[in-house]
Design a protein around this ligand. Structure first.
Ligand code: GAP
Length: 439
C-alpha cells in the first residue's frame, strides 16, 4: 500500500490538496483543495447526492444554516455531551485525547499525565457586535441537527410518508484535540449526512439496509473490498443519542480508521426537540390514527475522508516492459465518475499550428459535455504520464495523419493503455456512451 507521504506529495505536486496558509508557515490541520482536488471532491459529493437523493423518491435534500439557535445544541445534548477526555503532560505540556492513549504516561516524553477532564469540541463564536453571554453561538459540529429542526417544515411542504429521508452536504466544525493524518481528521470538514425517518419497530431492519447500501456505494465506486470492513460499536461506547452504530472503516496507510458511521438514533432527536421547543415534531400515522415520533437511521459520511480514500485506493505504480526495457508509471485508477478529468486532448506536434488548432477545437467541444484538458507542453510520452498521474480516463492524440489523411484521432485508455483510432466526429459520443454506461 502507498504511504501517506507519497499521497501528500502527489496532492501538492499535482494540485489536489495544499497545506492551508502555507506562505505564513501553514495552519495546523487546515487544507485547501487545489484545481484537481476541488473537482475530485465535487465528484464525490455529486456521486453521493445522486445515490442518496436524485435517484430516489424517498429522500429529499436540505441546505440548512451553519449557525443555528444556541438552544439547538443545548437541547440536542451537544453542550453537555459533545466532549472528548483531555489530558496534559505535566512535564512537556503536550495535550492528548485520553481515549487515544495506551498506558498512563505521556507518549511524547514518558512524563506523568494530569487526570482527564472533559473538553467540549464545539467552536464557540459571538453573533452580533457585543461579545457577551447572550450573543454566544456555535459553529455546527454535525449537519444532522439542521435536519431535525426542519422536520415539520419538510413534512408539511413535501407530504412525504414514512419511511423517508432528508439529506444534506455541508461544512461542520470540531475543535479536535488531536487532528492529524492529513485530511483524515481536521477541525473544519465537510459531511454528507442523511436522516432516514422510519416507523418505530422497523428501525433495526432499516439500520441493516443502510449499512449494506453505504458499504456497496464505496465498492461500486471502485474501492477495493479488502480495504473496507464494518465495525459495530460496543454498547458502552455509543454516542449519547445512539442505540446502535456500525462504522465502515478503511485500511488507511496509518491503519484501520472510520470512514463513515451508520447510527440508529432512535426517536431521541425529534423527542428532545419537541420537548425543548414546545412544537410537536410528530408524524400522523393514518393506519393507527395516532401521532407518532419516528425513529431515525443516519448514514453519516465525510466528504474529505471519502476523497482521501478515493485517492489512496486509486494509487498504483505499474512496471511496463517494452522489449528488454522496463519503465514505471504512476497511475490513479479512479472510477470514471470520480476522476477529476475525463479526457485530455494532446497534439503530437506543438509546432504545427494545424494540429494545435484541431486539438484545441476538439478539447473545446468535449469541455461542453465533460471536464477535458488540452496540453501541448511536453513530448507525448511525458504528457501521457502526467495524465496517468492525475487519473485522466482517456488521452486523445491529434497527429499528422489526422490532418493530412483520415481526420481520425487516437484514443488511449488509461488502464489498459490500449489505443484505438476513430473519426474525430465520433469521439464525443463514444466517450459519452462509455461515461454513461452502467458498471
Ligand atoms: N451526525 C453524526 C456524526 O456527525 P460522526 O461519526 O461524528 O457522526 C460522521 O461523523 C463522519 O464525518 C465521519 O465518519 C467522518 O467521515 C467525518 N468526520 C467526523 N469528524 C471529522 C474530522 N474531524 N475531520 C474529518 N472528517 C470528520
Amino acid at each position: 500500500m502507498v504511504d501517506m507521504e507519497t499521497i501528500v506529495n502527489l496532492c501538492k505536486a499535482r494540485g489536489f490538496i495544499f497545506q492551508s496558509s502555507e506562505i505564513y508557515g501553514g495552519i495546523g490541520s487546515s487544507y485547501d483543495y487545489g484545481p484537481l482536488g476541488v473537482e475530485l471532491k465535487r465528484n464525490v459529493k455529486e456521486a453521493w447526492w445522486k445515490a442518496m437523493v436524485s435517484t430516489r423518491d424517498d429522500i429529499v435534500g436540505l441546505d440548512s444554516a451553519i449557525i443555528l439557535h444556541p438552544k439547538v445544541w443545548e437541547v440536542s445534548g451537544h453542550i453537555k455531551n459533545f466532549t472528548d477526555p483531555l489530558v496534559d503532560c505535566k512535564h512537556c505540556k503536550q495535550r492528548f485525547r485520553a481515549d487515544d492513549l495506551e498506558g498512563d504516561k505521556c507518549p511524547a516524553c514518558g512524563g506523568e499525565l494530569t487526570d482527564a477532564r472533559q473538553f467540549n469540541t464545539m467552536f464557540k463564536t459571538f453573533v452580533g457586535p457585543v461579545e457577551d453571554d447572550a450573543a454566544v453561538a456555535f459553529l455546527r459540529p454535525e449537519t444532522a441537527q439542521g435536519i431535525f429542526i426542519n422536520f415539520s417544515n419538510i413534512l408539511a411542504s413535501t407530504r412525504k410518508k414514512l419511511p423517508f429521508g432528508v439529506a444534506q452536504i455541508g461544512k461542520s466544525f470540531r475543535n479536535e484535540i488531536t487532528p492529524g493524518n492529513f485530511t483524515f481528521r481536521t477541525r473544519e470538514f465537510e459531511q454528507m449526512e442523511m436522516e432516514f425517518f422510519v416507523m418505530p419497530g422497523t428501525d433495526e431492519e432499516w439500520f441493516n439496509y443502510w449499512v449494506s447500501e453505504r458499504y456497496n456505494w464505496y465498492v461500486k465506486l471502485g474501492i477495493k473490498p479488502d480495504n473496507l470492513r464494518m465495525r459495530p460499536h460496543e454498547k458502552e461506547k455509543l454516542s449519547h443519542y445512539s442505540k446502535a452504530t456500525t462504522d465502515i472503516e478503511y485500511n488507511y496507510p496509518f491503519g484501520w480508521g472510520e470512514l463513515e458511521g451508520i447510527a440508529n438514533r432512535t426517536n431521541y432527536d425529534l423527542s428532545v426537540h419537541s420537548e425543548g421547543s414546545g412544537k410537536q415534531l410528530t408524524y400522523f400515522d393514518e393506519a393507527s390514527g395516532e401521532h407518532i415520533i419516528p425513529y431515525v437511521i443516519e448514514p453519516a459520511a465525510g466528504a474529505d475522508r471519502a476523497a482521501l480514500i478515493f485517492l489512496i485506493d486509486a494509487y498504483d505504480v505499474e512496471t511496463i516492459e517494452k522489449g528488454d526495457k522496463k519503465d514505471k508509471r504512476t497511475v490513479l485508477r479512479f472510477h470514471k465518475s470520480i476522476a477529476p478529468v475525463k479526457a485530455a486532448v494532446l497534439p503530437l506536434l506543438r509546432n504545427r499550428p494545424d494540429l494545435v488548432e484541431t486539438a484545441k477545437k476538439l478539447a473545446g467541444d468535449l469541455q461542453k459535455t465533460f471536464p477535458t484538458m488540452y496540453d501541448d507542453t511536453a513530448s507525448i510520452g511525458r504528457l501521457y504520464r502526467r495524465q496517468d498521474e492525475i487519473g485522466t480516463l482517456w488521452c486523445i492524440t491529434v497527429d499528422v495523419q489526422t490532418i493530412e489523411e483520415d481526420n481520425k484521432v487516437t484514443i488511449r485508455d488509461r488502464d489498459t493503455m490500449d489505443q484505438i483510432r476513430m473519426p474525430i466526429e465520433g469521439v464525443k459520443q463514444y466517450l459519452r456512451d462509455k461515461l454513461e454506461a452502467e458498471d
